[in-house]
Design a protein around this ligand. Sequence first.
Ligand SMILES: [Zn+2]
Length: 165
Amino acid sequence: MDIIFDCPNCGQELAVDSSGAGTNIECPACGDTITIPAGPQNPPDSRELSVPNLTASPITSSAAAKVEKHLKVPVRSTPAEPLIAKAKPPLGARAVGDKQVRIRTIRRAACIESGHDNFDEVVSKFLLEIGETNLMSIHPVGYTYFDVATQKMLTDYGAMIVYRG
Ligand SMILES: [Zn+2]
């Protein structure tokens, strides 16, 4: 590993083996006696030697330390594990037997058979099926549909039943 520096007298760029750091040499360009600097190597294209080298060195090392810290944090922290652990139990619990909240929307038009409006009967029958304890709420719903007989868009109503099942 070479120490590259400029002659303080003439500015000639010099490369000396790092084993010669601290020793005096004679500049091959101007003949002046110069001391080979120790420490980190300077980039060959850098004009000034000691000042930028001393200031650049701590910045570089602290920056390297910061980068190292940032890289280590995601590796050591385990945010992925709780997410996986959270995702699994609800699925398993549901499969085992916990009832889910469901909805059933019954449209009045779907309950008309042969001109008879069986909406109330259909809703009553469904409520009987799910059981009163599983019934959470019933909401009126309005909707528009295309009536083939009259060739018109008609508005109608129905019921959205929220229940556990
Ligand atoms: Zn010189």
